[in-house]
Design a protein around this ligand. Structure first.
Ligand SMILES: [Zn+2]
Length: 294
């Protein structure tokens, strides 16, 4: 009898489930990618926004709320980039684990040196990004800091695997550092570009190039015909090295400007997975830099 009990106990111990994977919900593709990079097989990642979607105009869907309800950690870009759907998801998911102020509410921008913070917020003036430029996912130094933050957040939820997450973060950071050498040697310093949206400012700082004018007169505001005419005049004088757009918006205007001035359009991926060969953050950045230097 005793032996049967012991056998049963041993069998139960063997069958005991391993620590359940941490359920991560990420708004944007690059955030989901970083969570996988740091969490590997210890996380289950659900990404809400597709690489083909413009992150500025995403709307909440029931499936996003269901994902939020089950999440252990909700990771997002922050700086109001998700203002159109994040508050609704958090409110409707009714999941105390991911509410603001808890360890399951992970704002990636808290780990970023934010640029273009405005002293007075006024969205009515047309500025989508009054809390600062939210497009820091093109910046290696900031991305590495976010990955470190993610390793801490996963460790807080799953302390038994803290060393595993830390190790994966360090591994990622050293691979990024190796690639950064290559990216820095792409000789982008001093180049001057026109851009559709204020998307590439972090990268311009990192690699010492300039965005000299924008197709949007203000972030989120489309150009008038008169504005485009003034841009053509400017471009004919300064002869920029390219017109930068993502595959998401501004291509029509960029092509128009290109026809009028002969300046080439460079279409960069807006996020990981937006173009072939950009499935993780490092290959995404490889593609961005290659397209810039072409
Ligand atoms: Zn934007």
């Amino acid at each position: 009898m005793l032996r049967n009990f012991v056998t049963l106990f041993v069998l139960l111990m063997l069958a005991a489930p391993a620590q359940a994977a941490v359920k991560v919900v990420a708004t944007l593709p690059w955030i989901g990618n970083l969570a996988r990079e740091v969490g590997w097989d210890k996380v289950i990642v659900t990404t809400l926004v597709k690489p083909s979607q413009d992150p500025h105009t995403v709307e909440a869907k029931p499936s996003m709320i269901i994902a939020g309800r089950k999440a252990d950690i909700f990771m997002y870009n922050g700086l109001d980039l998700e203002i159109g759907y994040l508050p609704l998801i958090l409110e409707s998911a009714k999941n105390p684990a991911i509410m603001p102020g808890t360890s399951g509410n992970f704002d990636c921008s808290k780990f970023v040196r934010v640029i273009e913070k405005h002293t007075h917020a006024d969205r009515s003036m047309g500025d989508l990004h009054h809390l600062g430029n939210p497009h820091y996912h093109y910046s290696a130094s900031n991305i590495v800091n976010v990955a470190e933050g993610i390793s801490g957040a996963l460790a807080a939820k799953d302390p038994a695997n803290a060393a595993f997450y830390r190790n994966n973060y360090k591994n990622f950071a050293s691979r990024v550092a190796a690639h950064e050498k290559k990216w820095r040697s792409a000789n982008l310093a001093g180049k001057r570009y026109i851009a559709h949206h204020k998307m590439f400012e972090y990268m311009a700082l990192d690699y010492d190039f300039f965005i000299v004018a924008y197709i949007e007169p203000k972030p989120g505001i489309p150009p008038s015909a008169a504005y485009l005419e003034s841009l053509i005049e400017l471009m004919n004088i300064i002869k920029p090295d390219g017109i930068l757009v993502t595959g998401l918006s501004g291509q029509k205007e960029a092509e128009f400007l290109s026809q009028k001035t002969g300046v080439k359009v460079k279409t960069l991926p807006a996020d990981t997975g937006a173009m072939p060969g950009t499935d993780d953050w490092i290959s995404f950045m490889d593609t961005v830099i290659n397209k810039l230097k072409q």
